[in-house]
Design a protein around this ligand. Structure first.
Ligand code: IPM
Ligand code: MG
Length: 369
């Protein structure tokens, strides 16, 4: 019997609603399999700010360091628009990424067959789409110093963000890209803006070196980030795995997500390096969709991204490939029955809420196991 310790961080908006659903899936494993999960829960984001004035507490950080994996909901909302920048809800998420060194962010964009018509692109462009955006998550302009607004002698102000990458930061994300490519189609597309940014030239060079020295059998192509954004909507299936820095990865992953029909569908994994001694890695699993304040509290949020994020935890933290597949197949089959949450609603389908969508996924899991 294996047993794992999960830290649940529901956060704000629809975060707690979808976390509640993933807890039902976790309970299903505890009841029906030999795998046991213990869960603890802590505040993050605006909820943490309201309760103790910081976007994440030291106790929560402590638990985050100790647990086997974090299952994250979402943070943010208009009620915290005016809190100081340092303690805004997103700061909790950024601290988790940075302190746990979760440098590799995997964002699959998979178009479920049943949802190809929900995409804003034509069915033939997105049907069967299965690409992976690999985003560098702990470097670049998100964290570079200086990061400030300063006063100029003439009375103006000047704002500075700093885009910065070291050799090793690029090498390690490039290695993750090529390792993942081995399990996919053997092809990596690396993207930057080397035509205007010196850090882009550097990114391109380092990825090229890693390829030449360590992964000569894989295919590597480079594309400028703006062209990549354009090609993603022109012909997304030309890509298999796109590796990008923190900022371009943020933007391109939202774009890729939308190709699949709904942001409400997409999971993500944020992974640290494997510790040589313990063989464990820090990891956090999180839906791409965010806190969606406009629909929170109504019981209509789509729980699929959160549940699929848990499936990624099974795969990437616990090596439970079959169990991950069981969840993913059950999501697909649940959609095949014609039920839809409002975000993916189409004509002729049956509209359901958050809880009913999970009911359907759980009954598929019962049928398939
Ligand atoms: C994401 C989000 C975050 C980011 C925000 C909430 C800070 O957009 O995970 O993509 O920009 O990284
Ligand atoms: Mg984003």
């Amino acid at each position: 019997m294996s047993s794992y310790n999960l830290l649940m961080l529901p956060g704000d908006g629809i975060g707690p609603e979808v976390i509640k659903e993933v807890e039902r899936v976790i309970a299903w494993f505890n009841k029906n399999t030999q795998i046991k999960f213990e869960t603890e829960s802590e505040l993050v984001g605006g909820a943490a700010f309201d309760s103790h004035g910081a976007a994440i507490s030291e106790n929560a950080m402590d638990l985050a360091h100790k647990c086997d994996a974090i299952i994250f909901g979402a943070v943010g909302g208009p009620q915290w628009d005016n809190v100081p920048f340092e303690v805004r809800p997103e700061a909790g998420l950024l601290r988790l990424r940075k302190d746990l060194d979760l440098f590799a962010n995997l964002r699959p964009a998979i178009c479920y067959k049943a949802l190809a018509d929900a995409s804003s692109l034509k069915r033939n462009l997105v049907e069967g789409l299965d690409i992976l955006i690999l985003r560098e998550l702990t470097g670049g302009v998100y964290f570079g110093e200086p990061k400030e607004i300063i006063d100029l002698p003439d009375g103006q102000k000047k704002a500075i963000d700093t885009q910065v990458y070291t050799t090793s930061e690029i090498e390690r994300i490039a290695r993750v890209a090529f390792e993942l490519a081995k399990t996919r189609k053997g092809k990596v597309t690396s993207t930057e803006k080397k035509n205007v940014m010196i850090s882009g030239v550097f990114w391109n060079n380092v990825v090229t070196e890693v390829h030449k020295n360590e992964y000569p059998d894989m295919e590597l192509e480079h594309i400028l980030a703006d062209a990549c954004a354009m090609q993603l909507v022109r012909n997304p299936k030309q890509f298999d795995l796109i590796v990008a820095d923190n900022l371009f990865g943020d933007i391109l992953s939202d774009e890729a997500a939308m190709l699949t029909g709904s942001m409400g569908m997409l999971p993500s994994a944020s992974l640290g390096a494997v510790n040589e001694e313990t063989k464990k890695r820090n990891a956090m699993y999180e839906p791409v969709h965010g806190s969606a304040p406009d629909i929170s509290g109504q019981g209509i949020a789509n729980p699929i991204a959160e549940i699929a994020s848990f499936a990624m935890a099974l795969r990437y933290s616990f090596n439970l490939t079959e169990e991950a597949q069981l969840i993913e197949d059950s999501i697909s089959s649940a959609l095949d029955t014609g039920i839809r949450t409002p975000d993916i609603m189409q004509e002729g389908m049956q509209k359901v809420g958050t809880h009913q969508m999970t009911d359907a996924i759980l009954s598929q899991m019962n049928l398939k196991s």
